[in-house]
Design a protein around this ligand. Structure first.
Ligand code: ADP
Length: 984
């Protein structure tokens, strides 16, 4: 096959279309069996790919050819080491699949290229654009499998690239329902392993480096994976992530063990960039493990390290951005073992620098840690400490709090001797110096004595602003991970005014770049003269306000970041020097604890109040139950729920076992066993049988009394209402979807049909009057002599009636606008994807191919979701309808969203239909203008008024080379900038 390939692979794009029916059918089969073949035997999948490509060379291209070109790219790199050919095949596959006639396999093609081709020659993060496109294409075509795959590979890419772990975890949690779909076993397994490593790195598992916690049990997972040979790829992912976790925890024996478990499974994913993780952590684990062995036992480990090193060097030659840092670090370790100290020093530094340059913060930290160990072993303690501090800082930036804690435990001096990092007037992590004890006690009492949140915040703002000599201060707290300004204090005419009022974080309120930096590194930052500070001088706030001295402190309690304290003084530089910030640091940590306590206190108060209200309202049923099931006491709410009365209770006729229907026995017995073992049972849903035999759905929680273990108390909530409401909601959701799916057709025929009837009725009356008056007027004119007085009167009547008709129409239009708008912050691009998912069937039926274009980050708009959805839906429907009459040529709809100037978002819908009639192009937005036999001509008029009501504009024009373009623009929400991903 290789001999048949042209020199320029891109020429394959010009092959004719495949028409031979037998070949088309064979190719369809080959495409179907490709994924299972790749999980069964690497050679089999290579054979399938080569056969399919050969057939394309002989008979021309079809949509399936794109998949095979992409896969040929995968194996060219991963199996045959030809990275340049891989790159070309990747590009060829994408170019072809972007054409409408070959677009069927967009999701698999984009994913294969973004995930398995790009990382070998270009920065890892570049692949994400295609992975996201794969996701979008999968959503649009309803391909659940590729939707799950693309999400898993996106997060995998983020983990490899060293993105902040909290962000990766957020991303995973957003998509967990899709990826845990058990029908896509590989995705479900991978997502679990990814969450496990993130959680342990963040210090959220029981012990650092081990995945075990409430959600994960290593032994169970390993047993289940080993028992399912078809899950070999999942095993590879699991063991490589375990290798990484154990290496970072310093458990090298376990790391080496995990590596050897991963090795036999590697064939299942020769083209995954994860292989580089295997070589990197495999080599480092063996190198560190060797340190504990005698000389004679080391040789076999050295061989393994050398083999990994050779692979990493090949990867580094083809893509230094991704792999040079890894190869250099393994090289440094080899040099260390061979006592080539000068080489080792140079290579550690090289690894640190290349990792930093390419954004691999975690590798930078690992390289620093290993360099520190190298210097310590040679007696250079001072140098070693500097590297260790850098390692700690790197792990902090990565978000690996578990690793930071481990380092601090192993090297307690790190916590006390952390030297501030001062570069060009910016200090990160200033130390705590000696403090005036009396002031400390005063301040500390002032803050910790306050338990009521409002008062505490007021006191905190006053004390910190005064102590620091700031002009203005902000308290920012995290709500579900999102920062919000909680209070502002500023000096107005020599008096300090504190306003406790929740507001969003905006670029007008503070330098967001500084805030996000502190949130990420969790260290205090001092800018001596912000306008002159290169890293932050471009921040809009610093530029416009000419900000000078800035101090920003993270509020951390028990290792948890709860917010940030921001102080500024724009009158002079260097107000907050590192030496004077100790008090603020101390205050910040006191404040963090006090704020958290106060929050907990108010939560407890709220919870108490809620429980009291429930008890008072007799909504919650409460009973006391004996071992054996007899209910010995119960409140009226419980008895009403189950249809018994006090007499039954006294006579011992109310029994938990009798109340429980047979299908709920097992669950109930499990619950009572759990209650006995742990003292309480997590609430669960079940049913009771009432005295009259009917059923009642309930939510129940149980606790065992401390003093008498044979008795417990149960709390029961009647779920009848909730279940009914849920069923109704489901039904109305179903109806809503149906209506939307049935599209404007159904809409027009029902809603619009009724509207049309009433409009016709309302308008007909004045029109009939006009017509009869006009007839009468003509008669008066025709009389001899003409009776002009009568004519004048009939004209008067005609004017009156035509105004009446006009008013009817105006009123109806006003009516359509009158529904009160319910605005919220909206991502228009996401709304487009949502609507596309709804019209999928309609698009497919009419053979319309949709392409969407949008930038990485589009600001949000403030708008009414339902109305804007209606606009998008209408424009898409119109385009589908317009194109449905086209007999020749492609039916393509290009929807793009982008910025229009600095303050608006512009959305365009370009179709390849017949286009607008040039004589009446400006009439399309008029009410009742239609060219369709069943049209109402109201759709665009309504869209137009919706967009205008949102302060935007809508217009239409011709598309090039054919079709129509409908566009609208909308102002960006002032607070919407929060929705844009901040890149700092
Ligand atoms: P209706 O669809 O009921 O006719 P609309 O107000 O939605 O009402 O559209 C008004 C008219 O605008 C249509 O009848 C059609 O002539 C024209 N039009 C709308 N969208 C397109 C389009 N994408 N291409 C060509 N003409 C269009």
């Amino acid at each position: 096959m290789w001999s048949q390939l042209p020199d320029a692979i891109e020429e394959l794009a010009d092959l004719p279309g495949m028409t031979d029916q037998t070949t088309l059918a064979t190719l369809a089969v080959l495409t179907r069996i490709l994924p299972p073949a790749s999980f069964t035997d690497a050679n089999l999948s290579a054979l399938v790919i080569c056969r399919a490509v050969t057939m394309s060379l002989e008979y021309g291209n079809t949509d399936a050819s794109c998949t095979h070109y992409a896969w040929l790219g995968r194996i060219s790199a991963g199996r045959f080491g030809d990275y340049q050919a891989a790159d070309k095949f990747g590009r060829l596959a994408c170019d072809l699949v972007d054409r409408s006639e070959f677009s069927r396999f967009r999701a698999p093609v984009y994913l294969a290229v973004g995930c398995n081709v790009i990382p070998w020659t270009k920065p890892l993060r570049d692949g994400r654009v295609l992975i996201r496109r794969a996701h979008e294409a999968a959503v649009i075509s309803g391909d659940l499998i590729y939707e799950a795959y693309s999400l898993v590979h996106l997060t995998s890419n983020m983990i490899m690239a060293g993105d902040p772990l909290r962000e990766v975890q957020n991303e995973i949690e957003k998509s967990i329902a899709t990826t845990r779909n058990r029908k896509v076993q590989f995705a479900a397994d991978t997502i679990d392993a990814q969450l496990a490593i993130i959680r342990t790195m963040r210090g959220l598992t029981r012990s650092f480096g081990c995945f075990d916690d409430q959600q994960f049990n290593e032994l169970d997972v390993e047993r289940s994976l080993a028992g399912s040979p078809e899950r070999s790829p999942s095993q590879t992912v699991y063991w490589i992530r375990k290798l990484q976790a154990r290496f970072l925890a310093g458990d090298y024996a376990a790391a080496v063990g995990a590596r050897s478990k991963a090795e036999p499974q590697l064939w299942t994913m020769p083209t995954e960039p994860l292989i580089a993780e295997f070589h990197f952590y495999g080599a480092l684990s063996h190198s560190c493990y060797c340190d504990k062995l005698g000389e004679s036992q080391q040789q076999q480990h050295r061989d393994i390290i050398d083999a990994h090193y050779r692979q990493l060097q090949i990867l580094a030659t083809n893509c230094p951005e991704n792999f040079e840092n890894r190869a250099a670090l393994v090289g440094a370790e080899i040099a260390r073992r061979e006592c080539r100290d000068a080489d080792a020093m140079r290579l550690y530094e090289h690894s640190i620098q290349t990792a930093a340059r390419n954004g691999f913060v975690h590798h930078e930290a690992i390289a620093c840690e290993l360099a520190a160990r190298f210097y310590a072993a040679r007696g250079f303690d001072r140098i070693s400490r500097v590297y260790l501090q850098d390692a700690r800082r790197g792990y902090l930036r990565w978000g690996a709090d578990g690793k930071v804690r481990q380092l601090e435990e192993l090297h307690p001096h790190l916590m006390h001797q952390e030297a501030p990092l001062a570069v060009n007037g910016m200090t990160i992590g200033a130390p705590v110096e000696h403090l005036d004890l009396a002031t400390v006690i005063k301040v500390s009492q002032a803050i910790s004595g306050e338990i009521v949140l409002q008062k505490l915040i007021d006191k905190l703002m006053r004390t910190t602003i005064e102590q620091a000599g700031a002009e203005r201060g902000l308290l920012i707290l995290l709500h579900g991970g999102e920062p919000r300004i909680e209070a502002e204090g500023k000096t107005v005419a020599d008096a300090l005014v504190v306003k406790v009022d929740e507001q969003p974080v905006t670029p007008m309120a503070l330098p967001e770049s500084v805030l996000h930096f502190v949130l990420r590194v969790r260290e205090n930052v001092i800018l001596e003269d912000a306008v002159a500070q290169p890293s932050f001088a471009e921040d809009p706030y610093i530029r416009e306000r000419k900000a000078r001295s800035i101090l920003c402190l993270p509020l951390i309690t028990q290792g948890k970041l709860i917010g940030v304290l921001y102080l500024e003084n724009n009158l002079a530089p260097r107000i907050f020097s590192a030496a004077r910030t100790s008090m603020q640091k101390m205050l910040a940590s006191q404040a963090a604890t006090a704020l958290e306590n106060s929050r907990l206190y108010s939560e407890v108060q709220q919870r108490e109040a809620k429980i009291r209200r429930l008890l008072d309202a007799n909504i919650i049923g409460i009973f006391i139950i004996q071992e054996g099931g007899e209910i010995i006491e119960a409140n009226q709410a419980f008895l009403t729920m189950v249809g018994y009365d006090q007499e039954d209770l006294l006579a011992g006729r109310v029994n938990g076992l009798d109340l429980t229907p047979p299908e709920w026995h097992e669950r109930t017995m499990d619950a009572s066993t759990e209650a006995k073992r742990t003292g309480a049972v997590q609430q669960f849903e079940k049913e009771y049988v009432r005295k009259d035999g009917s059923r009642v759905p309930v939510l129940i929680g149980l606790a065992v009394f401390d003093a008498r273990e044979d008795q417990g108390v149960g709390f029961v909530l009647d779920l009848t209402e909730r279940k009914r409401a849920e069923a109704e909601a489901r039904e109305s959701e179903r109806r809503y979807r149906e209506t939307l799916m049935g599209l404007a057709h159904a809409n027009r025929i029902t809603t619009m049909g009724q509207l049309a009837a009433s409009i016709a009725h309302e308008v007909n009356q004045p029109i009939a009057a006009i017509s009869s008056n006009a007839g009468a007027g003509l008669n008066w004119l025709g009389a001899q002599p003409p009776n002009l007085e009568e004519v004048r009167q009939t004209f008067g009547l005609i004017v009156r009636d035509s105004m009446r008709a006009g008013n009817v129409i105006r009123r109806i239009r006003a009516l359509m606008n009158k529904a009160p708008m319910q605005t919220e912050l909206l991502a228009i691009d996401e709304l487009i994807v949502e609507v596309l998912a709804l019209v999928r069937a309609e698009l497919a039926k009419n053979d319309v191919w949709v392409q969407t274009k949008r930038p990485e980050a589009l600001p949000l708009v403030r708008a009414d979701r339902v109305q804007v959805r209606q606009v998008i839906l209408n424009l898409i429907t119109n385009a589908i309808e317009a194109m449905s009459v086209i007999k020749e040529g492609d039916r393509e709809l290009l929807i793009s969203a982008r910025m229009d100037g600095a303050n608006s978002v512009l959305v365009s819908f370009r179709d390849t239909g017949p286009g607008l009639d040039p004589n009446s192009a400006d009439r399309v937005f008029e009410a009742f203008y239609t060219t369709k036999s069943e049209g109402m001509g109201m759709g665009l008029a309504i869209c137009h008024s919706i967009i205008e009501a949102h302060g935007g504009r809508m217009w239409a024009g011709p598309n090039d080379p054919r079709g129509a373009v409908f566009q609208f623009s909308m102002p960006v929400a002032t607070e919407g900038v929060n929705g844009v991903q901040q890149v700092s």
